[in-house]
Design a protein around this ligand. Structure first.
Ligand SMILES: N=CN[C@@H](CCC(=O)O)C(=O)O
Ligand SMILES: [Zn+2]
Length: 425
């Protein structure tokens, strides 16, 4: 398919001469073209710029293009949601109600709820049911303008279920328009039968699960919940180093509930990203900036757990590349609305309108090692493009809590039109 998007009030390209994830003032530079056009052929972007220029440069391609008139709207890259627990059984609204009545997240988890409750449900749910449920979630993501999503395992805590989660994600990567990128997170919690024998469970993850994940090519990344009462920094280091030796890139859930040297560890093991960081130390932030570790911030979790927000402003000022994501999961952040999460980042983490756009496109793409393929509108990149029904990018956060997605083009194909998923029609 050849598509020409024309007359957009603004095309937010995120194009830059910077290499790698954007830091400091680079996060502010979203490279807006007023009255811009985007030319797409097959699954790639051919060019972005003024219509007259594109017409002069690519007359033959323009001749055969189907035109989409974006008058009164804006155009930007598809959103990248770089931290989700996509594949899981069941829901936990009763725990939400318990928290509203005074229980804490960790109390519920230590009493057998939380991650353990979802683990039980995920073990009980068949492959086909999980596949169908996740397919529906992906449809909702797509309608919110998300074209790439990460999927962590970690609700199995045994090989059979971890494998089932990763295989569901792999099959959906092939079956759904959205790109689904898998992370193995066998060390998401210590299963009940290993209580008091935590190191033995780490042995199982390191010696049994990780080699099979690598052999079957079920994931690109390896994550661990480094948190007091879950996995210690030493155990986390062991898990991440073992994954690295097998070719899995480290990620880490760090400093979410209590400061635990997680940010420092991320920098030391060369993790691509450290995620959460609500209570990361000054030293940890400094080390991440030095190492170039991407901070994946998840303000929806702070919102939903009524916890302090990560210090996004400080991290950016210190030179840490920042990405933001939904953390979609059934316990601490059951939302698929990345646009709402962007609003929280502006309102509660001191991030600017421009920084949240960078954090959910190009920087999020780099957090998934996809910064060269998606995350900005540039020639030769994948044609993952959104048309949003607002007059300018500032309105995206001003009209908050709404879904402004009008059209989604994924891999050069229109998949959402007028806010409606085409396969639903
Ligand atoms: N903190 C650890 N894991 C998830 C929550 C998982 C759950 O509560 O089911 C998170 O990233 O917030
Ligand atoms: Zn998470």
């Amino acid at each position: 398919m050849t598509i020409l998007i024309k007359n957009a009030n603004e095309v937010i390209t995120l194009k830059s001469n910077a290499q790698g994830p954007r830091t400091k003032e680079q996060m502010q530079e979203i490279a807006v073209i007023e009255n811009g056009s985007v030319l797409i052929e097959e699954e790639r972007i051919v060019a972005v710029g003024a219509y007259e220029q594109l017409k002069a440069d690519f007359p033959e391609i323009i001749k055969k293009a189907e035109t989409i008139d974006a008058t009164g709207k804006i155009v930007m890259p598809g959103l990248v949601d770089c931290h989700t627990h996509l594949v899981h059984g069941g829901t936990r609204e009763h725990e939400f109600n318990m928290r509203l009545n005074g229980s804490t997240y960790m109390e519920i988890m230590n009493a057998g709820g939380g991650i353990h409750a979802t683990t039980k449900r995920t073990r009980e749910t068949s492959f086909d049911e999980l596949y169908e449920k996740t397919m529906q979630h992906l449809d909702v993501f797509l309608k919110h303008g998300i074209t790439t999503v990460e999927a962590k395992s970690g609700y199995g805590l045994d090989w059979e279920t971890e494998k089932k989660q990763l295989e569901v994600a792999k099959e959906l990567q092939a079956a759904h328009h959205i790109d689904v990128i898998s992370t193995f997170m066998g060390a998401h919690a210590v299963p009940h039968d290993y209580k008091g024998r935590e190191d033995e469970f780490v042995d199982v993850v390191v010696q049994e699960m990780l080699p099979k994940v690598a052999e079957l090519e079920l994931a690109e990344f390896n994550d661990v919940f480094c948190e007091k009462g879950v996995f210690t920094p030493e155990q986390s280091r062991r898990i991440l180093e073992a994954g690295k030796a097998l070719g899995l890139t480290p990620k880490i859930h760090a400093d979410e509930i209590e400061p635990y040297q997680g940010a420092e560890l991320a920098a030391e093991v060369g993790a691509i990203s450290a995620e959460h960081l609500l209570v990361a130390s000054d030293e940890g932030i400094r080390k991440m900036a030095e190492a170039g570790t991407i901070a994946v911030l998840l303000p929806g979790t702070a919102f939903f757990l009524r916890a302090p927000y990560a210090r996004g402003r400080l991290m950016i000022d210190e030179g840490v590349p920042v990405a933001i994501s939904t953390d979609f999961n059934p316990g601490s952040s059951p939302t698929m609305s990345l646009p709402f999460i962007m609003n929280l980042a502006c309102m509660h983490m001191g991030m600017t309108l421009e920084e949240v756009l960078t954090a959910t496109t190009i920087n999020a793409a780099y957090a998934l090692n996809r910064g060269e393929q998606v995350g900005s509108l540039e020639a030769h990149k994948k044609a993952d493009v959104l048309i949003l029904d607002v007059e300018n990018y500032k309105q995206l956060q001003y009209f908050y809590g709404m879904n402004h997605t009008h059209t989604v083009i994924k891999n050069g194909q229109v998949v959402v039109q007028n806010g409606i998923l085409l396969k639903d029609q």
